[in-house]
Design a protein around this ligand. Structure first.
Ligand code: HEM
Length: 150
């Protein structure tokens, strides 16, 4: 019995002094304090990413025709808001739903992939770490069904 109590004291004592083990590397990116919003560079960083995305779209012959009638200032503003919200930033999205804003454009899966390519290139240009890029893309991916073939 004494041995049992000793063993218990040792185990609990040890546990109290031991630093918890570091999370595995693939979880570490999510386990830190840094929010995705911070990793994207907050409002300044997100503004530059969206600017890069819009430039890439304007140079992409595969998809630029979809934006022929678009109010680019509005799109710029709504995209910044949306990425801010999706990354956990202190913003409110005031734009239309993804379903409503993409209705009638008949956007294909290939168009969707082309835009995502443009977004990745814009994030690369801002030196956003790949795990943070993937976190943002994972937040946007579920919108795909509301955007394509509408
Ligand atoms: C994850 C992918 C996408 C996101 C997050 C996204 C987000 C947005 C947002 C926030 C708006 C503004 C809505 C508003 O004005 O209230 C918008 C509009 C628009 N998007 Fe997307 N979009 C995506 C994919 C695409 C793709 C693949 C295309 C075409 C290649 C596209 C074409 C457009 C067009 C043309 C407009 C403007 C519509 C108009 O002029 O009324 N979007 N999108």
């Amino acid at each position: 019995m004494r041995n049992l109590i000793l063993a218990f004291a040792l185990i609990t004592g040890l546990a109290g002094c031991t630093t918890p083990p570091a999370p595995p590397w693939h979880l570490a990116a999510r386990a830190g304090d840094t929010t995705l919003y911070e990793q994207l560079g907050e409002m300044d960083g997100i503004t530059r990413i969206v600017e890069g995305l819009l430039i890439n779209i304007s140079e992409d012959e595969r998809i630029v025709h979809h934006f022929a009638e678009t109010d680019i200032d509005r799109l710029n503003e709504k995209l910044i808001e949306q990425i801010c919200v999706e990354s956990g930033g202190p913003c409110t999205y005031t734009g239309d739903s993804m379903q409503d804003s993409h209705a009638g454009f008949d956007i294909s899966e290939a168009d969707f992939n082309a835009l995502v390519e443009g977004l990745i290139a814009a994030m690369d240009a801002e030196a956003i770490p790949v795990p943070a890029q993937n976190r943002l893309l994972a937040r946007l991916a579920p919108m795909r069904g509301d955007i394509i073939y509408r």
